[in-house]
Design a protein around this ligand. Sequence first.
Ligand SMILES: [Fe+2]
Length: 315
Amino acid sequence: MNINVSNFRQEVSKVRLSKSAFDELLNAKNTFEPDIDDSRFDAKPAYIEPRHSPFLSEELRNIRNMIDHESHVLILDGFKVDNLASFKSLVWTFGSLLGAPMVQNHLGHKVIEVYDRGGKSIEDGARYHQTRQGAYVHNDGVSDPLPIDYLILACGQKALLGGESILIDASAVYAELMAFPDILEELKCDFFFENRGMAEEEQLFKAPILSFSSEGIPLIRYFRVYIESAHFKAGVPLTRSQSQALDFLDTVLDQSTVQHRVLLEPGQVLISADNKFLHTRTHFIDVNAPRAEIDDAETLSDLNRYMLRMWLRKQ
Ligand SMILES: [Fe+2]
């Protein structure tokens, strides 16, 4: 198996759309913006005719290639707009051109707003994106048996303090665990997972934590709290060797040698292959008191830490 472990400590590549491609994106945004107030902004995917948007088509192809076959992660810079409605529309247009947006909750939403609502904790059943908690390393594709090809996290506003993104390459994790073959074997066996927040009806499914793509690249599926909760609901407690394997994995994930930290600035969009990169964030403190709802007319610079998240599949 050919695993490249020399890459994971490199800087996350930063790229920017060319002026021509960005203008084509803005055109598409203006074309696809819903003019009826009661339809959600993520109801209809954008579409471009490659002949009419040649720069954007080519640059989207390059981004897909980098995520699929090269770095598996990158930061796209330059998504600066004034108000929230414009930001939502820009990110939706870009995301729905990059891939096919997936539904992310039981309400059918394809873009999720990530900010602290000031409500309950993850331990009490909240989904991660509604809190300001850090420390749980995970990938997002834990709630669905099929993987997410492109995870998008677009920064509208950063926190007053903290809220760094921590990225961990599954290849680096695998390389560290090669010294512990029994642990690796355990992680390649099935664990229970749950579809938390994805449907009214709760469903459990089984999948391994570590697996490999057809090209031999390590793939990962992990969110310890969700796995423990799924095992509890299934009435199948984790065995001692499963718990031990998770402890080894958590300890590896805690090492600086596998972690890469970035603080996303407003207008930056993190794109990663969700099944090849785990992520988490550090705790954060916002400027203002948390709110459950934010009005679309608000200026981005007035907001607390605010991100938009999309899950995409290759088209
Ligand atoms: Fe996440």
